[in-house]
Ligand binder design. Structure first.
Ligand code: AMP
Ligand code: MG
Length: 451
């Protein structure tokens, strides 16, 4: 029997754990990072940790919705294209002018968009309906009460919650928070993710390889995927398959990690499965087979900074001295407290297995660290353009090309968990549930959209 293939549910090594069960256990372990107050310039992409309310009504004063002339409705009631009305212009109010103006009956005041409406004004006649005059203005159409006027509070009431805790801050949210007058807000920091790859066969991309060696793709992929999920990612040097090197290397990185991800070395118990061998002893990490393909061998748990190595003084993160920390890095969590437990994923080594495992398990966990429930992949249904097969008893995640416009998904050929070329062509994962062994062309399938 080869590692990672051909096991069914209830195999001699014990029953498989379902994808849902494994994910639920992971999420049950994760506590969100402590929020921090950050300036508005640095919060895009972070998760809000407080409700943000309008400090005052929005807008806070009645103002003009257009460039034009503030008038009383009755003074322009007779205005038409053929019989325009001419009014004297007594003042001009620009946006930002804080003066107290009053409109006298039978006159007009020139006013710009966003400028405070003068007392007594009932409407604004757009400049396009006039001759644009500066001393006198000729108006060719009547206005109704409230035309081109923005009333105080019509956007939001004072105290109204505009963005709720748990929102992933996108540019529109940043706009609202700023418009509500807040210069800084409480957000969850970016989780710091350390990625470690193991394997004697691995070489740095860019360096030459001889037959028998391959380039390490997983660690770069996982670091990129962690960044996509809102994290700061640190990729570590490749670790050899030697148990004595693995644990110290992991412990060494704990200080800078809110979550760790390893790849490789967790197959079904071979002597080269160094990650499993090194971490199993700690007893805080569960290694199991999950009923999925690819990605059956999974490990998850927590790992603590060894007591002897806990620094007395709180340390800043290695490689990020205070001087060199930019705003982006400041949006990361502070270094973990002594003895704090760090969640760790030990993902399988096959590149597609590692990728799928990250998307299905690690990405939601990174969301949970940020106090955000929305990092599960977007799920839609699409029509298969070809047939597919899946091992019974295991949930398959097959690479596919989704056409959202047509509502179709094409299963790609070359679904081996080492076949990274197919990964590069895919934009979606077709989910084939455990109990389903095959689907035909034209069947509807559940599809996860890849971020
Ligand atoms: P392992 O889980 O260590 O038994 O590895 C399973 C398969 O994945 C082997 O073919 C490895 O060569 C391959 N593999 C492991 N780590 C990586 C990596 N970082 N990048 C690309 N392939 C890898
Ligand atoms: Mg290996």
């Amino acid at each position: 029997m080869t590692h990672g293939h051909g096991h069914g549910r209830g195999h001699a090594d014990g029953p498989l754990t379902s994808v849902e069960e494994h994910l639920a256990e992971i999420l049950g372990t994760i506590t969100p990072l402590e929020p921090a107050e950050l300036g508005l310039g640095d919060v895009h992409g972070l998760v809000l940790a407080e409700d943000v309310a309008a400090a005052s009504a929005l807008p806070s004063f009645d103002n003009s919705g257009m460039d034009g002339y503030a008038v009383r409705v009755e003074d322009v009631a007779a205005a038409t294209e053929e019989n325009p009305v001419t009014l004297p212009v007594t003042a001009e109010i620009a946006a930002g002018d804080t003066g107290a103006y009053a409109l006298q009956p039978g006159t007009s005041i020139k006013i710009m968009t966003g400028a405070m409406l003068p007392r007594g004004a009932e409407a604004v006649v757009p400049v396009e309906w006039t001759d644009g005059g500066g001393v006198r203005v000729t108006i060719r159409a009547k206005a109704r009460h409230g035309d081109a006027v923005r009333l105080a509070g019509e956007d939001a009431r004072a105290g109204e919650v505009l963005v709720t805790a748990g929102t992933l801050l996108r540019p529109m949210h940043v706009a609202v928070i700023a418009a509500a007058g807040r210069g800084s807000v409480l957000v969850r920091p970016r989780p710091r993710v350390v990625v470690l790859s193991t394997g004697n066969e691995l070489a740095e991309p860019g360096s030459p390889v001889v037959p028998g060696r391959i380039w390490d793709s997983n660690s770069f992929m996982l670091a990129a995927a962690a960044r996509e999920a809102g994290c700061l990612a640190y990729r570590q040097a490749i670790l050899p398959d030697h148990p004595d090197e693995v644990l110290p290397a992991i412990e060494d990185q704990l200080l800078r990690a809110d979550l760790m991800i390893t790849t490789g070395g967790v197959s079904m118990g071979g002597e080269h499965d160094v990650v499993k061998a090194a971490l199993q002893r700690l007893g805080t990490i569960t290694f199991r087979k999950v009923a999925m393909q690819p990605g059956m061998p999974q490990g998850f748990g927590t790992i603590a900074l060894p007591a002897a190595e806990v620094p007395e003084e709180p340390r800043s993160r290695p490689g990020l001295s205070l001087r060199r920390r930019d705003a982006y890095a400041q949006a990361a969590a502070p270094a973990p407290a002594p003895g704090e437990r760090v969640p760790i994923f030990t993902l399988p080594g096959n590149p597609v297995s590692a990728f799928v495992s990250f998307q299905i398990f690690a990405r939601p966990a990174l969301g949970a660290l940020q106090g955000y429930g929305g990092l599960g992949l977007e799920k839609i249904r699409a029509e298969l353009t070809g047939p597919l097969r899946s091992p019974p008893g295991r949930c398959s995640f097959l690479r596919g090309v989704l056409d959202r416009g047509r509502g179709t998904v094409e299963p790609l050929t070359g679904q081996g968990s080492h076949q990274v070329a197919t990964l590069g062509r895919a934009n979606a994962l077709i989910v084939v549930p455990e109990r389903v062994a095959q689907l035909a062309k034209g069947d509807m399938a559940e599809v996860l959209v890849l971020p």
